[in-house]
Design a protein around this ligand. Sequence first.
Ligand code: GLN
Length: 454
Amino acid sequence: TAACLTAMEGAGALNAYAHPTPDIAQARAAAADDRLRTGDAPAMCGIPIGIKDLFCTEGVASQAASRILQGFRPPYESTVSRQLRDAGAVMLGKLNMDEFAMGSSNETSVYGPAVNPWKVDDRRLTPGGSSGGSAAAVAAGLCLGATGTDTGGSIRQPAAFTGTVGLKPTYGRCSRWGIVAFASSLDQAGPMTRTVRDAAIMLGAMAGHDPRDSTSADMAVPDFEAALTGDIRGKRIGIPTEYRMDGMPEEIEALWARGADWLRAAGAEVVDISLPHTKYALPAYYVIAPAEASSNLARYDGVRYGHRAALAQGDGITEMYEKTRAEGFGPEVQRRVMVGTYVLSAGFYDAYYNRARKVRTLIKRDFDLAFEAGVDAILTPTTPSAAFGLGEMAQVDPVQMYLNDIFTVPVNMAGLPGIAVPAGMDAQGLPLGLQLIGRPWEEGPLLALADVLE
Ligand code: GLN
């Protein structure tokens, strides 16, 4: 904890922590020391971690990187961060992210972007998003692990951009209670760490049934670390032909082939598979996610939480809503709310929202069929490129940014577990990641395969 706090002081330029909590960290570290001395140490006793700003933390600013939640200090703790605390983990602070987790570069944050500790010459690179602060902090040694959330790739894409490990669990594995909602049918919390083993340990502390989240699964939490046996002989790994996009950089192709070779060398069988509805995943996601977001974000009305606009004489409640939301939400969030309300409006509901839900079912069925045919896991690149420069993508247009999620979004649409593992570097020496997608509830076997790739 002390070493991380010192490192944090010297790493302000990374803008990874939005709200450092050194006092809380010191108090919890001291308590952890006592427990270690008495020999009653839980799994993560004394391990310093960062918490994404999307998680509500009792008495500590929890702003989802949005102006509209400025000044909000929740009187309660999210289930996941409470479980981590109970497991002995020490919170160092709240981590930067994209506003309401909407983005792939951390540039929509009210705190300004987090910066990738990896760089080429003086070019400042994005750590990815939305869990960009989490990824930057883990990569720079400003914590040993961090929480992330992943709605369409927000754990795995930043992990790939920073050479770290990021796991999105099966939908329902971790409680969403106390995590600011973006798209409730897709959101899932997960660990971001330096190694696969750390991810297994941290997931064990985060997971579990919670009566306060009706979508959290009432299932026992297996010992994920015990699943790391090193033995993956006889496992069947699928390579989906549809992920072989036109224009994919050669180094990503090569990395993917190398990953398949490593798994084969460890005794797995690698087979080609087809997931025919892949190309519809991204457009359907960008209907469903904004639809749910527009509904979830209706609660920020200037009355219940955070920011309220200054009002003029004669302003009524409508002006209060309008002015507060116009000032409080950044441009990307406003874009999502507008898309979401449009696709949910009476005249367009069937054409967009219902159509997207049907597509989602087809995407899920593609994966079901592959697993029924005996595939244990699916290997793909995590992202179509290495980290890009800050300011570069945002200038092009929002759709360019959305394309970054092309390999990660289908996994959320199907509710499956997915893990990003650092697996190589591009010609400039920047990290590249591979993604493994597993069967539902099989994070253990998935971690075992990822351990071989690492
Ligand atoms: N980049 C995607 C989006 O902007 C995914 C974000 C996420 O997973 N939270 O929606």
